[in-house]
Design a protein around this ligand. Structure first.
Ligand code: ZN
Length: 241
């Protein structure tokens, strides 16, 4: 029954252009207001970001060209999200859900990664820092925790000494990037090892997607992390940092 309804929705939307979808959604959200002129432009963003704004009486929609080939129901969901925000109208959560579901689709995630790779200007320095060598730390952890079997990704220090992101595994570049903040003689080695080990676990236990929910730190991931000797000391140090 539910499937039939979805299919009917889809075929009804099939022949609408993005501009027509936005105009129809505007009418649904603000039935007593005549819809202004709406322009929809696809831009080459590095991320699937989209914006809606008023510009001299018109509504301007700027969407990532990653969404240019999105199915009409996804386009409609995003129209509700963007116009709902712009017009300050409540929008059913099902639209946000539908949109997220699409972004989590395997092929969509893959093309987002590819685009980021091409457009994103990610800086990856070498593994040798001023104080620590990430390659050396990686191989020691690899031997200790993974029987030396983990293939080494690109390893680098971040350009800026970020406090909010101490480590980061980037699957599109197959790279682990560690905050330059930790490349410091005042930082105990066990602390750097813990942050690096955490990122290595991301290689070992990839994120799981169930419907619209994405679990990055799975139960297995957490269990493996707890086995790290010195985890308490490392966490206490990072908390004080
Ligand atoms: Zn993590």
């Amino acid at each position: 029954m539910l499937i039939t309804t979805e299919m009917q929705v889809e075929s009804a939307l099939f022949f609408e252009t993005p501009r027509e979808i936005y105009t129809r959604v505007f009418r649904n959200l603000k039935p007593r207001t005549k819809p202004p002129e709406i322009t929809v432009t696809f831009c080459k963003f590095a991320n699937p970001d989209s914006f809606a704004r008023y510009d001299s009486g018109r509504i301007e929609i700027r969407m990532s060209d990653l969404l240019e080939g999105a199915p009409a129901p996804v386009m409609e969901a995003l129209a509700y999200i963007l116009l709902g925000k712009l017009l300050r109208r409540p929008v059913p959560a099902s639209y946000a859900h539908r949109y997220r579901l699409y972004l989590n689709r395997h092929d969509v995630r893959r093309s987002i990664h590819l685009i980021r790779q091409i457009r994103g200007r990610k800086f990856i320095s070498g593994p040798q820092g001023k104080h620590f060598n990430l390659e050396e730390r990686f191989e020691e952890l690899n031997l200790r925790h993974f029987n030396g079997l983990m293939a080494r990704p690109l390893l680098g220090w971040s350009r800026r000494a970020s406090r909010t992101m101490l480590g980061h595994y980037d699957p599109s570049h197959n790279a682990i990037i560690i905050s330059k903040l930790l490349d410091d003689p005042k930082v105990p080695q066990v602390v750097l090892d813990y942050v690096l080990f955490h990122e290595m676990l991301h290689l070992r236990y990839p994120a799981q997607t169930r419907g619209a929910r994405r679990s990055v730190h799975t139960a297995e991931f957490r269990q493996a992390e707890r086995a790290f000797p010195g985890i308490q000391e490392a966490k206490a140090f990072l908390k004080a940092l």
